[in-house]
Structure formats: C-alpha cells, structure tokens
Design a protein around this ligand. Sequence first.
Ligand code: GRF
Length: 203
Amino acid sequence: YRIAVMASGRGSNFLALHAAASEGRLPVELVGVFSDKASAPVLERARERGVPAQSLSPKDHPDRLHFDLALLNAVAAVQPDLIVCAGYMRILDGRALTPWTGRMINIHPSLLPRHRGLHTHRRALEAGDAEHGASVHLVTAELDGGPVIAQAVVPVLAGDDEQRLAARVLEREHPLLIASVDALARGEVAWRDERLWHGESPL
Ligand code: GRF
C-alpha cells in the first residue's frame, strides 16, 4: 500500500509513519514526500531515509490551481494509493482534488468540526475548551471539512500555554495517524458511494 506525504515543515508525522513502516508496525511503503517549500526540513528527513522527496514553488506557477495541479501531478507519478497531508500548509484548490477524493487524508490539530484553520491550540485555550486534540479526515474542497476518520482527545490543563498544549496534541497525532493509515491500508475504513465506511457501517 503506497503512501505519498505532502508536508511543509519539520515532518514529525512523516517520521512517525516512516518508523512504523520500517519497523513492520504499518503495512505500507512510503513512496514520496512532496512540499511547497524547498527549505522544508521534512525533505531532508525523507532523503536521508531513502524516500524520494521533491518540492515545487508556487512562484513558478501562474495561480493556485495550476500550482496544485502541478504538485498533484508530481505526486501521481509515484502512483500512491493514499496521499497523507501532514503539516501541508497551503489550501488546495478543490478542482485539483477531485481525482483524489477518498484517497487523500489530512491530520489537523483540533477536534473537528471545532477550530478549523490555523492557530488551533491558541483558539482552544481562548475558548476555554476542556478538551482538545487532533483529527484525521478525508480532504475535500472544504478546508478541514471532510469526513472525520478518527480523533485523539487530550485534556486542556490549568496553566497550559500554546506550546505545552501543542506538544500534548502532537504526541497523540503520531499514533492517531498511524492507526488511521493502517485502517485505510487494510480496507477497514474505506470511501464508497460518496461516504466513509468503517467495516459494514457508515461513519
Ligand atoms: C501538526 O501539528 C499537524 O497537525 C499540523 O501541522 C503539524 C505538522 O507537524 N497540520 P509535522 O510537520 O508533521 O511535525
């Protein structure tokens, strides 16, 4: 089961997937890492582990749609069964996503549908949320709006600041992402008839 990762940053989620795959805890092969930032540390993390990595620059394309189409064409070239967005920080044009419906997931650091978008930890603190966490969801044209596959919940503790809360969430993101990719790779969770199924029951 071939996984391509799209990322813009440090790549801790990529590293977690790669470790799980290479230690035999996840029945997948990581076949490529793709970024919109040539300076993204995740690219070096991938290359030093023998995973092909490339970046494309939005500056080289006339508009968002054409950049997204070019990037997803590069991704398509490695023939992934699933694209995992893990810290990919650009909004994708829905028209470029159409061929990938059901085959692209994102991990987002909030308990969706709460706190879509950016600065989720700060917003959870400001909202006085007692609980926070991460969500793995199918990517659709709606930002952070696709069907949720799985979530991890962490408590918001007295004295939490954005960094402490973010660290507590990130620590749970990694096993959440591994479990979600595992379920998709084994067909336990699947996209069928325009909706997500978990086994024989719709999610
Ligand atoms: C994670 O918090 C993820 O939820 C968000 O961006 C961060 C990516 O971290 N989308 P990393 O690059 O995988 O370490």
